[in-house]
Design a protein around this ligand. Structure first.
Ligand code: ADP
Ligand code: MG
Length: 462
């Protein structure tokens, strides 16, 4: 196989392992420039992409190439200008823009009927829904909460940086954004910026590509409060650690506040450079644990009050007793019960609620299959399974199809081509388009979110 063709084919395989935005970020502008003695030389646009491919995608790339050509033994990554003709068809610009622009709105349910939308502030990236007011404090998070309060009242002075760590769904993002929202509220003149570390990386890659590194540096070095979420990903590339280190030092020297979250303590981020680790350890490190039963119950009641909904104490206790892992799960179980109640249109009895929670708990991902998804979705929308798989473009068939495809991808992580196969041999680009459409719409349409939840409920009940 000729090298351009080899790389193009490999990319179509690699793409299946990654989300579309990730694929675009890391593989655009790459090419195989030579293939000699079993060594494939892949040219990449800059050092940052090089490190990332080496550290994160090397196995996937090697595997994809080996599957196609027994010749490939080794890969070298080389910074250089790529011949874009090797990949141009895979990277359509408009598609990329659509996916990369963060959605400005994040909507969620408030009260039984009313839907209120909260917009993410484009200057700060903060979501106003995350406040101290809606944050429940218990022994599992009281240290982190107290430290956060102290940071708000003594910005840049007492704890710098503040490093908060804990498992998934335990309120890290909520708490660190609450700091930002509170600071802005008490002093609108201060500059606050929130960003997840993965977004930081994408911004660095873009800045390198467009030669806008100085603008990027200026953007983050001029803030009064920098909030970096999920910093554990920073260890993956040296370039990013370096950028962050300099930004951090710059802010630190000016007594500007830095707040960081991570899924583990600094010493457990194995690839973290010593100089960054000691910086983190020089500030305040606070963990968030798991909420106990009483706190779980308090959280449920707070959420319920916020939603202006009501559920019997018995059902709440049942949820609190059974959903122990984290706050996100707790919210999920509560929503499930509320939705069941709405669907049945009668007050929920305890048995029904238990069933809804049990379905949620079991989250029997292993037991759902593509077949079940098709069955449930066609039943839900009251269409014939046969029509569903046929090549008709009737509007009332198109939508359910897109939803079924989206759920397959989301829940089962099946590749796009095999989803296409399950829908009467549709092309994988159609599938990508369908999944993308639903994903985009979900960001701004909370009714669709509900619809999806109800559809999933149906799937899980089969
Ligand atoms: P993490 O960033 O640790 O994965 P999040 O901050 O995204 O977790 O929290 C997950 C969900 O749980 C969010 O909807 C958040 O509002 C909610 N949540 C987490 N902790 C609390 C808390 N202490 N009080 C109220 N809601 C919380
Ligand atoms: Mg988070």
């Amino acid at each position: 196989m000729e090298k351009t063709e080899l790389w193009q084919t490999a990319l179509t395989k690699i793409e299946l392992n990654l989300s579309r935005p990730n694929f675009l970020t890391w593989f655009q502008g790459t090419a195989i420039t030579s293939m000699e003695n079993g060594v494939a030389v892949i040219s990449v646009p800059n050092v940052f992409v090089k490190e990332w491919l080496q550290n994160k995608y090397h196995k996937i790339i090697l595997h994809a190439l080996r599957e196609l050509s027994g010749e490939v033994k080794e890969i070298n990554y080389n910074i250089g200008k790529a011949d874009s003709s090797q990949t141009s068809t895979l990277f359509k610009e408009n598609f990329k823009k659509k996916y990369r622009t963060p959605s400005p709105t994040d909507s969620f349910e408030l009260g039984d009927q009313s839907i209120k939308e909260f917009s993410v502030n484009p200057d700060t990236n903060l979501n106003p829904r995350y406040t101290f007011g809606s944050f429940v404090v218990g022994s599992f998070n009281e240290l982190a909460h107290a430290a956060a309060q102290s940071v708000v009242n003594n910005l840049g002075i007492t704890y710098n940086p503040l490093f908060i760590y804990g498992g998934v769904g335990l309120g890290k993002t909520h708490l660190i954004q609450a700091i930002g929202n509170k600071v802005i509220e008490s002093n609108p003149n201060l500059k606050v910026r929130y960003l997840p570390s993965e977004r930081f990386m994408i911004e660095i890659v873009d800045a390198l590509k467009n030669q806008e590194m100085n603008t990027l540096k200026e953007k983050y070095r001029s803030v009064d409060l920098l909030i970096m979420d999920d910093i554990q990903f920073i260890g993956r590339t040296e370039k990013m650690q370096e950028e962050f280190f300099h930004t951090f030092n710059n802010l630190y020297e000016k007594n500007r506040q830095v707040v960081i979250s991570s899924d583990r303590p600094p010493q457990a981020i194995s690839t973290l450079e010593e100089r960054l680790r000691s910086r983190f350890e020089g500030g305040m490190i606070a963990d968030i644990g798991q909420p106990d039963y009483e706190t779980r119950l308090t959280i449920l009641k707070a959420k319920l009050e916020y939603k202006k909904a009501s559920i019997s104490e018995e059902i709440l206790r049942f949820i609190a007793e059974n959903v122990k892992t984290n706050v996100r799960e707790l919210e999920g179980a509560l929503n499930r019960v509320l939705i069941s109640a709405r669907l049945s249109r009668t007050p929920l009895d305890t048995e029904q609620a238990k069933k809804a929670v049990a379905n949620h708990l079991a989250a029997p991902k292993k037991f759902i299959s593509a077949k079940k998804i098709i069955k449930a979705v066609s039943e839900f929308y009251d269409i014939e399974e046969r029509d569903f798989l046929a090549h008709s473009r009737k509007r009332d068939l198109v939508r359910p199809r897109q939803i079924a495809m989206y759920i397959m991808r989301d829940e089962l992580k099946i590749s796009y081509p095999s989803i296409g196969e399950k829908f009467g041999g549709r092309d994988h680009t159609t599938v990508i388009h369908s999944c993308g459409k639903i994903a985009e719409e979900l960001k701004v349409n909370s009714e669709l979110e509900e619809e999806l939840r109800a559809v999933k409920e149906k799937i899980f009940s089969l």
